[in-house]
Write a protein that binds this ligand. Sequence first.
Ligand SMILES: Cc1cc2nc3c(=O)[nH]c(=O)nc-3n(C[C@H](O)[C@H](O)[C@H](O)COP(=O)(O)O)c2cc1C
Length: 434
Amino acid sequence: MTIPKEVTSSDEATDSNAVPYYVPEPPVKAGTFKENESDPNKPAPTIFKPLKVGPLTLQNRIGVSPMCQYSADNEFKATPYHLIHYGSFLTRGPGITVVESTSVSEYGGLSPHDLGIWTDDQAKSLKPIVDYAHSQKQLISIQLNHGGRKASGQPMFLHLEQLADESVGGWPDKVKAPSAIPFRPHGNLATPKELTIKEIKQIIEDFGDAAKRAVEISGFDVISLHAAHGYLANEFYSPIANKRTDEYGGSFENRTRFLSEVIDNVKSKIDITKIPIFVRISAKENSPDPESWNIEDSKKLADILIEKGVSLLDISSGGNDYRQPPRSGIKHTEPIHVPLAREIKQHVGDKLLVSCVGGLEANPEQTAKFIEDGVFDFAFIGRGFLRDPGLVWSFADKLGVRLYQALQLGWGFWPNKQQIIDLIERTENLSTKD
Ligand SMILES: Cc1cc2nc3c(=O)[nH]c(=O)nc-3n(C[C@H](O)[C@H](O)[C@H](O)COP(=O)(O)O)c2cc1C
């Protein structure tokens, strides 16, 4: 039996100095394509080819989509739970892991147990997660967000659409949005107050300050901006949530001004040639309202994002109209956001990386083919990673590809099945000789 290791028995495992405890640094970062010794000329499928994003190289094109855990402490800080949760992905080699929606402002959290980053202490609480990522040579981003009219809700594992009042740490009276329109008429979330211009400008500053903290204190590699799913930035560009008559409402230019100014503010406080910006949008609102935001609007927005130097546009949809039909009721021939991502990618070409999210783990071969064919550049996956933190390996397995793994986990992937059978047979032969 050959032991095809990148490390030999005489090698010392290098201690990673990114964390203040012993952990061996992987010689090659987990999730990197590994040549097959029996067929060294077999090329990597594109999904397992590196992707350059500004100065960064993602070792493959499968990322962990941001997913709220509603598990922050009472000061909106990360705890050991988050280190364990994100650590489980980070050890197993996604191209990038995006930490969940994290509020940039005191009253912007989606729930009282969201992560926050409006203080330096909150940013410090995220540093151990980033340091762990770097100890594994992995890339990590944070999704900056403000919940707008959907702030101060209950953690979604308790209730999908329920106000968190003061008795559970919520702030219903401080919920603000572009217009005083609740998500659902007579619904269970807060009725927001309309933001004043001064408050809008403050939240824009909050995004920039949060990005600076995320980079300078926590050490994140990429800043992701949440402009989807009916949260504040999405509410601003949506004609159904934004009925303002000042410079932040009305025309397309006015409705997208908030997001534009957020990006400008972030750019004034971090160096985007070193720290790329990703933006997630709802490319359409899935609303019966003919006035609602649509794919043509998204293409126009993509042009603005290109001009501003955004590196990647992540395509999701919906979340801003309570009349949106349940996803389970929609019949799709391909995963839900693929047609939207395809249109956007065709529009932007090589000027912008486009990622897609939603149901992409169900059929790894199909997802790999989308990437191979240039339908989009990168696959974000959410729930699949919750079920299987080693999802990148599962993709590799399905595609007949081998990957480098963290040193500690190697034995889970090697020997392969045939070698285990050989090993068992040899052991049995030895025991029968006795
Ligand atoms: C538990 C949970 C929490 C989520 N939290 C966020 C979030 O913080 N930010 C975000 O942009 N999307 C969030 N989403 C949406 C996911 O990132 C993803 O877009 C969605 O689940 C569809 O992808 P999937 O089919 O691969 O899960 C969340 C989804 C789940 C299941």
